[in-house]
Design a protein around this ligand. Structure first.
Ligand SMILES: [Zn+2]
Length: 321
């Protein structure tokens, strides 16, 4: 009888060891795939994608993407460092690309490989809120990466396809199954660049974290709202890729509208860069402290999270779960 308990207990112990927490939201997640393995597999997929991709030759447009992406990357690094997760960054080697593709899409793979399609940049246009909307897109995608959503999905995929026997194989290192799981999780290989639909939980979490990163990078987080509205309007014809893989909804927009004021209160004072024109114009207070202490604000905001999470339960959506 005791032996029957051995495997479940060992499995439970392994699963417990494989649990981690998304620091910005406090949500627990199961990652049976190691960080090193997911980074290696992701890099292979990224390099394969870039070999077939056509990088934009528009130097000015590429610079726009690079500038915004660099600021979002700096915000992500500052945040992870502030909450003691700088070890997550050791294998990050940020790359920023604008790729010729009419689809409304963008992605950031583990390891910090960011790709924005020209179709997305064209939709955003050249208005005064251009950089803020671009920050919303890149902030959302970088959030998927730093929250390890791909790792979580690859883990779920491997568990689903291989059952508990996967554990011993996964722990021993990279495998063809892992490569396949990563390729599937990112929709690469057959439909380059198109992320498969993330769960509603992941999408809302990336939206929330994207607002935090955009704010820390000095952008107006509310640009995410106008951007999603723009994309919805665009979807009246053919379904844009970004929407088909990143389901949009009034719920999603209403969550941003509800959470952004608190995000700004918690993080604007720790912004690493001067506010964008739109963010400055919308600032309701001039009491923001100098951009000096991401750590204090990030950790304060983190502790506040426990109370804000409880409040969210009445809406039926709990980002902390
Ligand atoms: Zn997403």
């Amino acid at each position: 009888m005791k032996k029957q308990h051995f495997i479940p207990l060992a499995l439970a112990a392994t699963m417990l060891a494989a649990c981690s927490t998304v620091s910005m939201t406090g949500r627990r997640q199961l990652n049976i795939v190691s960080e090193a393995d997911i980074l290696s597999a992701s890099l292979t997929e990224y390099q394969s994608y870039m070999q077939s991709a056509t990088k934009s030759r528009d130097a000015a447009a590429t610079q726009v993407v690079t500038t915004v992406a660099q600021r979002i990357a700096a915000a992500a690094e500052a945040y992870l460092t502030a909450v003691g997760q700088e070890a997550d960054l050791q294998n990050y080697a940020w790359e920023f690309n604008l790729v010729e593709d009419p689809q409304l899409n963008a992605f950031c793979m583990p390891g910090g490989k960011i790709v924005v399609y020209t179709g997305m940049l064209n939709l955003i246009g050249n208005g005064t809120d251009r950089d803020d909307e671009l920050a919303a897109v890149i902030g959302h995608e970088v959030s998927h990466a730093i929250a390890k959503h791909g790792q979580e999905r690859a883990s779920q995929q491997m568990l689903a396809s291989m059952g508990s026997s996967v554990l011993s194989g996964v722990m021993s290192g990279a495998s063809s199954q892992l490569q396949s799981a990563v390729a599937t999780a990112y929709g690469l290989g057959t439909q380059y660049g198109a992320l498969l639909p993330f769960s509603r939980k992941h999408e809302l979490e990336a939206d929330y974290m994207g607002s935090v990163l955009a704010t820390l990078a000095g952008y107006d987080a509310d640009a995410a709202i106008t951007l999603w509205q723009k994309m919805e309007a665009q979807s009246s014809g053919s379904q844009p890729t970004f929407l088909s893989t990143h389901p949009s909804s009034t719920k999603r927009i209403s969550e941003l509208q509800k959470n952004n004021p608190q995000v700004k209160r918690d993080y604007a004072a720790a912004a690493l860069f001067p506010s964008s024109a739109a963010a400055a114009a919308k600032a309701t207070t001039s009491t923001a402290a100098p951009a000096s202490s991401a750590k204090a604000s990030a950790t304060t905001a983190k502790s506040k999270k426990a109370t804000t999470t409880a409040k969210k339960s009445s809406t039926g959506y709990r980002i902390g779960n």
